[in-house]
Design a protein around this ligand. Structure first.
Ligand code: ASP
Length: 584
């Protein structure tokens, strides 16, 4: 038996017991006549003691030669500590060792296995197995497991069935490129790894499995933005015989369950907002509503004066920054520079100070009097002491710019409290989205999303105006889930494909199996998928999803530990009938 207890378990109640522990050497302190060794495992740390009075000199010597991260097994008796350590649960006891076995030696680790390590990101990724021994990473993985367990518990209590769907499939479009896998047995042919199990979960509905879920890996070959992973995990769900309301209800329930069980936070009803409202109020389809700073549109009150910048703009819109009147002129200039950075892209910023005495002082006083500015304050909800920041220009662009400013100010003012949870449903998304570059429409969610009832005809006349039965769940400014009610008849699905630019032949070649299935009694259905990595990191109060993934890829999509991706040898290429010509 390697251990009778784990290294986080022993307390004063165990005093005088003989125990066996196994774990890693965390730290050694050698005072000559007495040696303390901290032994560590997943559960904690226990202090071991060897001393001249009670241990043989041979045992003392062997203890002295232990190196950091050696794997050891010890037998001994639990004794009371002379000087107690109130900071750790085992701090009142120590184990007086009678027998020491080195199970395996260790090279000196390249960084310290401490909460605050001296290892940089790259080094820690290369030796991720050592990084996982550190509390912050270890605890995140345990936390993730707990969230996944609660998801399974909640959904199986609601009679959902977990079904595995294949990884070697044909493209499922979720708006990214596919990772492909060559088939050895089918020369010149490729599988695609699923961007999501979308079509399979719909086929499960046709198959009568009316409540499905799966905690599943998805693969998307995207240009990696910060904190995206080429493979990530979804809580993927689908239900038959449901309307949008039913889905929102069940998955609001799931989210509430998680917030309660994991964070002890109880939230009554999640607010809902339409996509159009979200864009108008926050310039963003995933607004963080933990703080205000809602947009105030100023076209009515700021145009048709003599200020041409505003007059020629499609939208003039501002926000009130709480307490912002305390900013110095220099600070405001810096803020103006910030919105003018290429990443934000504003052409300039107009501001208006709201003085404590109720008067205003703006950067465009030449054009606007106190009555005008009072209307700005009213539209943006500004109070004395605030600073109104106003941007103008093309509607979509200016909303995105002001949204960036809103988030930046919230960050700087400490309004994004990670212990506060503000979920929100965003509903009524557009069905289609115009690709500015190609001038073509593509599905905003995916091609299987159904338009709102009665809006199918609009596709011919005003495709951008069609709204979908599609919804996102937003938590603290992050999209944590998204889904839709699906099309479940062949006719409508064909019309959708046509509008997305597929010829009937292309649609048949790629999605014939789904349209065929729709001819065999497909029930009305819909679903949602949550991004588990993101959800876990938000619940864990941290920003980066990588810290909650056991073996993540770096920003170039590489696993630096196993060194993947990597070339394959010629034999293997030949077997796969692949030839690689890499041009310099
Ligand atoms: N398959 C969708 C996604 O990955 C989710 C859904 O529509 O259920 O975003």
């Amino acid at each position: 038996m390697y251990r009778s207890h784990n290294c986080g378990e022993l307390r004063e109640t165990h005093i005088d017991e003989n125990v066996t522990l196994s774990g890693w050497v965390h730290k050694t302190r050698d005072k000559g006549f007495v040696i303390w060794v901290d032994i560590r495992d997943r559960y904690g740390i226990t202090q071991l003691v060897f001393d001249e009075d009670r241990s043989s000199s041979e045992l003392l010597d062997r203890a002295r030669n232990l190196g950091r991260e050696f794997v050891i097994q010890v037998k001994g008796s639990v004794i009371e500590r002379a000087s107690k350590n109130p900071n750790i649960p085992t701090g009142n006891i120590e184990v007086l060792v009678s027998e020491l076995i080195v199970l395996n030696e260790s090279k000196t680790p390249p960084f310290t296995i401490e909460n605050e390590t001296d290892g940089g990101e790259d080094l820690r990724m290369k030796y991720r197995y050592l990084d996982i021994r550190r509390n912050p990473v270890k605890n995140n993985l345990i936390f993730r497991s707990k969230v996944a367990m609660e998801v399974r518990k909640f959904l199986s209590d609601q009679e959902f069935i977990e079904v595995e769907t294949p990884y070697l499939i044909k493209s499922t479009p979720e708006g990214a490129r596919d990772f492909v896998v060559p088939s050895r047995m089918n020369e010149g042919q490729f599988y695609a790894l699923p961007q999501s199990p979308q079509t399979f979960k719909q086929l499960l509905m046709v198959g009568g499995m009316d409540k499905y879920f799966q905690i599943v890996k998805c693969f998307r070959d995207e240009d990696l933005r910060a904190d995206r992973q080429p493979e990530f995990t979804q809580i993927d769900c689908e239900m038959a015989f449901v309307e949008q309301e039913d889905i929102l209800d069940v998955f609001e329930g799931l989210t509430k369950h998680l917030l309660k069980e994991i964070k002890g936070v109880e939230i009554d009803k999640f607010p809902r907002i339409t996509f159009d409202e979200a864009m108008a109020k926050y310039g963003n389809d995933k607004p963080d509503i933990r703080f205000g700073m809602e947009f105030g549109e100023l076209n009515d009150v700021a145009q048709h004066k003599d200020f041409n910048v505003f007059n020629s703009a499609e939208l003039v819109v501002g926000i009130a920054i709480p307490g912002g009147n305390s900013f110095t002129r220099k600070e405001i200039d810096k803020l103006t520079d910030w919105v003018k950075r290429p990443q934000v892209g504003a052409l300039g910023m107009v501001y208006c100070r709201c003085n404590e005495d109720g008067s205003f002082k703006s950067s465009v006083d030449k054009f606007y009097d106190q009555d005008d500015l009072a209307k700005w304050a009213e539209a943006t909800g500004a109070k004395p002491g605030d600073l109104i920041c106003v941007l103008s220009g093309d509607k979509n662009k200016v909303r995105a710019q002001l949204s960036a400013l809103r988030m930046e100010m919230a960050e700087r003012l400490g309004l994004r409290n990670p212990d506060e949870f503000a979920p929100l449903w965003v509903v009524d998304f557009p069905l289609l989205e115009l690709d500015e570059e190609t001038g073509h429409y593509h599905a905003m969610h995916h091609p299987f999303t159904s338009p709102k009832p009665g809006q199918l005809e609009l596709l011919d006349t005003d495709p951008g105006a069609v709204r979908a039965n599609a919804y996102d769940l937003v938590l603290n400014g992050n999209e944590i889930g998204g889904g839709s009610i699906r099309i479940h008849d062949k006719e409508t699905q064909s019309i959708m494909f046509k509008h997305l630019g597929f010829t009937p032949e292309e649609a048949k070649a790629q999605f014939g199996f789904l349209m065929d299935a729709f001819q065999y009694g497909a029930p009305p259905h819909g679903g949602i998928a949550f991004g588990l990595d993101r959800l876990v990191s938000i619940l864990g109060g941290q920003e980066t999803i990588r810290d909650f993934i056991a073996f993540p890829k770096n920003n170039s999509g590489r696993d630096v530990m196993i060194d993947a991706p990597a070339p394959i040898d010629d034999e293997q290429l030949k077997e796969l009938n692949l030839r690689i010509d890499i041009k310099a």
